[in-house]
Design a protein around this ligand. Sequence first.
Ligand code: FNR
Length: 351
Amino acid sequence: RPEMPYLDLALLEARSRELLPEPVYDYYAGGAETETTMREATEAWRAWRLRPRVLRGITTAQLGTELLGAPVRAPIGIAPWAYQAMAHPDGELATARAAAATGALMTVSTSANNSLEEVAAAAPGSPQWFQLYRLHSERHTDDLARRAGDAGYRALVLTVDVPVLGRRRRDMEHDFVHRAGVRMANRPPEGEEPTLDGLATATWTFDEIARFGELSGLPVVVKGVLRGDDAVSCVQAGAAAVWVTTHGGRQADPAVSSAYALPEVVDAVGDDVKVYVDGGIRSGSDALTALALGADAVFLGRPIAWGLTTGGERGVAGVLDGLTEELAHAMVMCGLPDVRSVPRDTVTPAR
Ligand code: FNR
């Protein structure tokens, strides 16, 4: 973002809107039903205010941390999002290279335009997680889990908030499911072509957590948890971590915001279980608020899409660098030395 004095995500989105065909922009930008959850996601972080500590002699903050044992430069990762080749010809490969260049962890979607092996090869040595949806057959889904383990992914992210596909009115308007027509590279070698609505996971139960963990040989992160009781059940069923999310407001609507669900989940699972969060994180202070509320890291969806659309690999790296700079600044501003121990009393309700 050489021409940008600071990270302006609204501008990147506006430019993306000009660059992309309308159905593609709407697929990336839209949410389910009345888009209430999506709209509230960002506001929910801003319902908290920082309580800066002064006179602590803190001039720099330590941002480095680990995600399930993988070292990363900052607790800001890339959420799985589908069909990245519609944003930029290099698709997931550009995102993977940007993640590697900035020391960030990328989560690769089942619905990627490049195969999971291709994305892994684009960023050798850089930590990646693979996000699993259900394909049409159990056999092909199991095969994906095994391939993720073989390809060197560090964790399997089970997305469990898609029992059925959310009713995304913009996509229904454009008949997006059928016109997508893009390569879904992780599909089975032969057989039925999965579509957006073929990925639903209504058949899954808690037993799937241990089963996919064994198949892949990887720790399992359960993505899509919004309740403390569910989070506890996931951990009891073998999950290494839970990921609090509303799927970017693309599934249940209106659903509780990630920012409201996060403290409940953190309190329920206790200190020993890692909790990740995404949804509406748009600034370093949003990220800091999430860390204060107990998240171990935050993830970004649409900001990465706008970076990729407007600038390819460099665009994604610019978004990650921008957010990381903002987080470093917010940490020092609040007198906090280390992202691994941000006290809860760093934030207070706005009113
Ligand atoms: C998503 N998300 C998503 N999640 C997932 O587990 N598998 C997927 O394939 C996708 N695909 C996808 C496509 C697009 C275009 C978006 C915007 C989102 C959800 C994603 O991982 C994440 O939860 C949200 O995007 C986070 O919210 P923000 O950062 O977009 O507000």
